[in-house]
Design a protein around this ligand. Structure first.
Ligand code: NDP
Length: 302
């Protein structure tokens, strides 16, 4: 695995890239390429999304096949792999892509990524998969985070163009599904955290605490998590489940207070009930004195 912090792209004016998909993220990617001085061709299923990009210097292609024929490298960024496949797997597009490279930055499951990689190999298309871990305003800045997987030599070949997107790029391995697997795991953290925060804001409001009053304390809770993430990972790898002064029985008690307060206000406590259920299962299996890391181990033990 290698990580590079991008200062500036090494691309020349001759470098060309195509972007398929001009939703908010596709537009951000195309804008970064244009601003880095790359000849950028764009296409979107629904016309009219490229007006601003064309004003900045992008070339609008009349069709997906014309777009991919304009560059050695095509970056795809659409809603999911149903959409990506609908664009890429049309005969005209597949023919135009033969011998060229696709970097698919669309988010979906690892299996879908592997499936599209297989299709690409069968059609003579060079294929890299990837995921974007940061929102649109970060693209083209040092704060962007990209992960990639697929053949490493192909990644190295196109790295100078990808670097034009700014931020950090990490190649995670040859398995084309690996970037999507990281993406799924990381978004698991993100969405369960956001569901917890949405619930916390509702319970706080019911108790007369405004969102702005809670926010600085919420940030404090967020800040204690990074060292806990690290410690949990180390414990899980060592097989160390000792409660260390913070047993699961205590976590269950804390969680049940949240469930009771929430439901007393008529607020759906489903997310917290799910977490409490996991902890209670661990206690039921005799692990009440263990630490929270035990829950990760039980979930992995299928
Ligand atoms: P969306 O996820 O809403 O994707 C919109 C794009 O998908 C548009 O270009 C849309 O075309 C296209 N699309 C949808 N269905 C089809 C189809 N059947 N055939 C062809 N094109 C289709 O918006 P984003 O641009 O924000 O996201 C793109 C990808 O980037 C997603 O996978 C997302 O998860 C990922 N991502 C986005 C982030 C963000 O902050 N926005 C952050 C990290 C990742 P049309 O205009 O014609 O509908």
């Amino acid at each position: 695995m290698r990580t590079e912090h991008t200062e500036h792209t090494e691309c020349t004016e001759q470098s060309a890239v195509t972007v398929l998909g001009l939703g908010p993220m596709g537009r951000a990617l195309a804008t970064a390429f244009v601003e880095a001085g790359l000849r950028t061709t764009v296409w979107n299923r629904t016309p009219g999304k490229d007006t601003e990009l064309v004003e900045r210097g992008a070339v609008s292609a009349p069709s997906a096949e014309a777009a991919v024929a304009a560059s050695e490298l095509t970056v795809v960024c659409v809603v999911n792999y149903d959409a990506a496949d609908a664009v890429l797997r049309r005969d005209e597009v597949a023919d135009a892509l033969k011998g060229r490279t696709v970097v698919n930055l669309t988010a979906d499951t690892p299996d879908r990524a592997r499936n599209t990689a297989r299709w690409a190999a069968e059609h003579g298309v060079r294929y890299l998969d990837g995921a974007i871990m940061t929102p649109t305003p970060t693209i083209g800045t040092p704060h962007a985070v990209f992960i990639h997987s697929g053949p490493e030599d192909l990644y190295r070949e196109h790295q100078p163009v990808l670097d034009a997107l700014g931020g950090t790029h990490t190649h995670l391995g040859d398995d084309p599904g690996r970037a999507a697997a990281y993406d799924i795991a990381l978004l698991d953290i993100f969405w369960t955290s956001m569901a917890g925060y949405a619930h916390a804001l509702a319970v706080a409001k019911a108790e007369g605490i405004s969102p702005r009053e809670l926010a600085p304390f919420a940030q404090g809770i967020g800040a204690i998590l990074p060292p806990i993430f690290e410690q949990t990972a180390e414990e899980l790898e060592r097989g160390d489940f000792s409660g260390d002064g913070n047993p699961i029985t205590s976590a269950v008690s804390s969680m049940s207070h949240i469930v009771h307060t929430s439901e007393a206000h008529g607020i759906d406590a489903g997310v917290m009930r799910a977490a409490e259920g996991l902890a209670r299962r661990a206690v039921g299996r005799g692990h009440g004195a263990d630490g929270f890391t035990r829950i990760a181990q039980l979930l992995s033990d299928r």
